[in-house]
Design a binder for this molecule. Structure first.
Ligand SMILES: [Mn+2]
Length: 269
């Protein structure tokens, strides 16, 4: 039995199946963890969702997954590069969205922490878990659309424990699904998506200031221009499959890395 943590799939179902063939994945014995952004930009989000849902795999919510939920709820308008129409038109769309909105923002198990984008350096893992649960419990409530709609009106780049209501939800969701660079004191640059060297003055990758717990590794995705990267008790699993890069799996049991080429033309950037 092995556990594989896999980076941002973004609708790249065929590369995902090739990656699982490469590791000789046995659904009866092995487990999969997904770093979020299962969907969008790639060609076959629906197959990815059905497959991951069917496995009952561990997955955390990414910004594209949230965008899909917002599209389904009529909260967000389509974006130019969205490839979500097939999911939105699917016969099992409601079951899929219902499953997706119940995914956690963070997963902690056996010395590993999984978050789509990362953690705010000022947060301990325990605090991050507590804050994630605040949003997750609301996302599992019948009126979850209200939370999503209200938090969308805010973009919180400076976390404060005093934040309340929609601003607080926006801050929590922003850290887990969008953070790449911040200042040493935790001021975030949520719209920045370039390489670490191009970060705005005074800003750097969040993991630069991450205070790792002994024996604990943070796994994350969301940063294709960073690519597979280990630093300071953290591992980036996003090797840019949908951008013509590769799809990566880390076997948690022994740290071995597996990778397949995405096989898509670089037409999107
Ligand atoms: Mn992302």
């Amino acid at each position: 039995m092995a556990t594989y943590a896999i980076g941002d799939v973004q609708g790249c179902y065929e590369p995902l199946r090739r990656l699982l063939d490469l590791v000789a994945f046995d659904p009866a014995a092995d487990r999969l963890w997904f770093a979020g952004d299962l969907v969008n930009r790639g060609p076959d989000s629906l197959s990815v969702l059905r497959f991951v849902k069917g496995l009952g795999a561990v997955a955390v919510l990414g910004n594209h997954d949230l965008h899909l939920i917002c599209r389904a709820e009529g909260i967000s308008a389509p974006k130019r590069r969205d490839t979500l129409d097939e999911v939105l038109a699917a016969a099992d769309r409601d079951e899929i969205i219902d499953w997706l909105r119940r995914l956690p923002l963070i997963h902690r198990e056996d010395g590993y922490v999984l978050s789509h984008a990362g953690l705010l350096p000022q947060w301990t893992t325990g605090k991050a878990m507590d804050l994630a649960r605040e949003v997750e419990s609301r996302m599992r409530a019948a009126d979850y659309g209200k939370l999503l709609r209200r938090q969308m009106a805010h973009s919180v780049e400076v976390w404060s424990d005093d934040l309340a209501g929609p601003e607080r939800w926006s801050g929590i969701i922003g850290v887990f699904t969008r953070l790449r660079c911040c200042t040493a004191d935790g001021r975030m640059a949520l719209s920045f998506s370039g390489a670490p060297a191009d970060a705005p003055e005074g800003y750097g990758p969040w993991f630069t200031w991450h205070r790792a717990n002994p024996g604990e590794t943070v796994l994350y995705g969301h940063w294709a221009t960073l690519g597979f990267h280990r630093e300071n008790g953290t591992v980036c699993l996003d090797s840019g499959c949908v951008w013509g890069g590769s799809l990566t799996a880390l076997r948690l049991d022994d740290g071995r890395v597996f990778e397949v080429p995405g096989g898509l033309p670089r037409v999107h950037r």
